[in-house]
Design a protein around this ligand. Structure first.
Ligand code: 4NP
Length: 154
């Protein structure tokens, strides 16, 4: 099983969106027995809070299934539980490197580095623009899944 964890700051906007978008792609490609998907936040700001209404609205608009979930913070001990930590921006890649301070951090990648965009995904918690977030996450997840299929030979 290839274990993927999407990571943002609060774990209420971007990383849960990526979790559900990627789960849907994995399911549609019949890869659920090969790839597992979760998401976490690097901060404790939103700990225990539900997914942001803006994220839910985009998921519903695009007919992406989702389940009720609550913000969970990434811990140092999580490093061994996943094969890929996919951050939404360079800030969260950096924060992850601080959390996993004793590890070599080779598992950390930024989502849009799998695309030609190679940039951060802006935080819709500040911008209010969940639509552009969805477009970028969709593109990033598609490219990351293509990468995984080739790299992991699945
Ligand atoms: P996210 O957005 O990292 O995409 O979940 C944020 C949500 C909450 C906060 C920051 C970013 N906050 O500071 O509470």
């Amino acid at each position: 099983m290839i274990r993927v964890c999407f990571v943002c700051l609060g774990n209420i906007c971007r990383s849960p969106m990526a979790e559900f978008v990627f789960k849907d792609m994995v399911k549609k490609d019949n890869l659920e027995d090969k790839i597992s998907v979760l998401s976490r936040g690097t901060s404790d700001e939103e700990l225990g809070n539900p997914v942001h209404a803006g994220t839910i609205r985009e998921l519903e608009r695009h007919h992406i299934p989702y389940t009720s979930r609550y913000a969970t913070q990434l811990k140092k001990e999580d490093y061994d539980s996943f094969d890929y930590f996919i951050s939404v921006d360079s800030l969260n890649s950096r924060l992850m490197r601080n959390i996993f301070i004793h590890d070599n951090c080779l598992k950390i990648h930024r989502l849009l580095d799998f695309t030609s965009l190679k940039k951060d995904i802006a935080d819709p918690w500040y911008t209010g623009n969940f639509e552009i977030t969805y477009q970028e996450i969709e593109l990033g997840c598609r490219s990351f899944l293509d990468y995984l299929k080739e790299k992991e030979n699945i």
